[in-house]
Every structure is written in C-alpha cells, then in structure tokens.
Ligand binder design. Sequence first.
Ligand code: FAD
Length: 292
Amino acid sequence: MKSQDGAERNRKELIVYDAIIIGGGPAGLQAALTLGRMHRRTLLLDSGAYRNATVRHAHNLLTNDGRDPAELRRIARTEIAAYDTVQIRDALASAVERDGDAVTVTVDDERLRTHAVILATGMADELPPIPGLAERWGDTVANCPFCHGHEFAGRPVAVVNASPHAAVLVRMLEPVASAVHVVDPADVREVVDAPTGLRLVRTAGDPLDVAGAFVAPTWRPRGDLLGRIGVEFQETGAVRTDPSGRTSVEGVYAVGDIAHPDHLPGPMFSLAAAILGGQLAAVAVVHSLAAS
Ligand SMILES: Cc1cc2nc3c(=O)[nH]c(=O)nc-3n(C[C@H](O)[C@H](O)[C@H](O)COP(=O)(O)OP(=O)(O)OC[C@H]3O[C@@H](n4cnc5c(N)ncnc54)[C@H](O)[C@@H]3O)c2cc1C
C-alpha cells in the first residue's frame, strides 16, 4: 500500500465528487449510468440545451428507432435515479479548472472539486440563412442521411449545398430517394410546407417540391466553456481525445459530439456514438480512480 503524508490525505478528503459530468444528452447520461453502477460519487450538470431539441423522431438507435429524443432523456434519467451515488442538477457550469491533483467546476456560486470532469456539452448548429429552415430542422429539413433519409424513401429530395460534399451526399441518397436535386443555397429564397413535404421557393425559376431537404449547417462547440479549459482541439474544431475520451488536460475527458478521437476521421454525430463515448470515458475514470 502506498504511504501518504497528512497533507496529501487532507487534499484527497476535500475532493467531493469522483466525477462531474457536464452535459445531459446521451453522452453525459450514459457516463452517469456507468459511474452510478460502479457506485462513484457523480454529479451531472445539464443546462437543457440539446442539439436535437427540435427533433421528434430520432433514428438509427437500436431498440429505439424513431423514439422522441426527449423521451430517451426522460427514460435515461429514470434509469439513473436507481443509482443513489448519482445526482443530476439542472444547472449551467460556468468554469472548469485544473487545481492541484483535482479539477474544479464552478456552478452558480459554488466551486466543486472532483477527481475527473467529463465534458459532454455538445455542438450547436448554425443553419444557412434561408427563411423557413429553422422551423423544419430535424423534420423535413435535415443534415444527416443516416438519421433522416429513409423517412423520404421513394420520394424526391433536395440537397441544398454547393460544396464538394454535396456529390457524396447525392450518391448516398440515390438508393433511398426517387430523385436527388442539387440546389445552391444562394438560389433558395425560402422554404415552406407543401403537399409533398417541402417547397423550395427559388430566386429564379419554378418552385421545387420535394419530400425533404438536406442542408449543411456550420457547427461549433456549445457555449464558451471549452475555450477556457485549455484543451487541445483538432482541425475539425472538435476536442482532441484518445479513444477513451482523455483530453490534453489531465482529469478532463470529452465525449459525444464535441469529441474527435485521434483514430476517427472526425467527430461522430450520432446518438449511438455519443453513448459509446460516454461509456468509454466513464470506464476510464473508474480505472483511474482504482489506480490512484
Ligand atoms: C436535427 C438533428 C437531428 C438528429 N437526428 C439524429 C438521429 O435521428 N439519430 C442520431 O443518432 N443522431 C441524430 N442527431 C445527432 C445527435 O442529436 C447528437 O449526436 C447527440 O445529441 C449528441 O449527444 P451529446 O450528448 O454529445 O450532446 P447533446 O445531446 O447536444 O447534449 C449536450 C448537453 O450539454 C449541456 N451543456 C452544454 N453546456 C453546458 C454547461 N456549460 N453546463 C451544463 N450543461 C451544459 C446541454 O444542456 C446538453 O444537456 C441529430 C442531430 C440534429 C442536429
């Protein structure tokens, strides 16, 4: 057994939590479930701003294909409530800092100490400036064909994207849709509802009626927490991590949409990937606690 002097022992006693998770989407909730099952003192903070907030039917998640994401979060919270070492607080974390052998998290007027922080704060999307898109985001306006593609099966769709990525998207959608129209965002004045699903009102020419449209939002990490922690970023704009979510700052993990592990081509924007990331980081935290 390692010998400890009094000062070190006192310092460890000041650590209130084994882990603080920032984010109550699928990544953070899965991390909380895993830590709860290992009886670790865990606090999850959730400011209530979810990337898929406008979505009523999420897809491509085994056993829950088509489920409302709000319902997924509700079920997750109910399941986590069975583990009494986990506390969930609907609050915004305003700072995360390394402090000696611990990490501190500021929430409201409190500074909380913890062995590890799991950042699961998600991304925010900025849509192309076309009137009508935001109201239909996650329904007849989508981004990811894996999430919202089959819903338009056998009907025409539009790819409202003039970037080189559009060609890949077109080929992905060809087996699903009856026709794939590529439209420059600059040529779309607005989108409105139509009997087919969606009408693209163009600046010139006839309107284009389709079942749905795929657009390319600009995404960035939600809030300003990450910039101040000092974690390293990848060129993609997501946080650089190892396969278990460890960032360049000791004791700070990043999971879900904000994480871009070195072994992947980019951040993986999906519920299943977020859940996997949350679980892997929680396992790494438990190993780290067991080794300390
Ligand atoms: C329109 C749309 C449709 C989608 N459809 C699908 C689909 O059908 N299937 C699929 O697999 N994926 C889908 N996705 C992707 C999926 O929603 C994300 O991959 C997933 O939500 C990422 O989970 P997350 O936990 O990383 O982040 P989020 O779910 O975005 O959660 C982030 C959490 O962090 C919290 N937070 C942020 N900052 C702070 C702070 N400072 N303090 C406290 N809390 C904070 C937020 O409040 C929130 O709780 C869709 C995405 C979009 C935009």
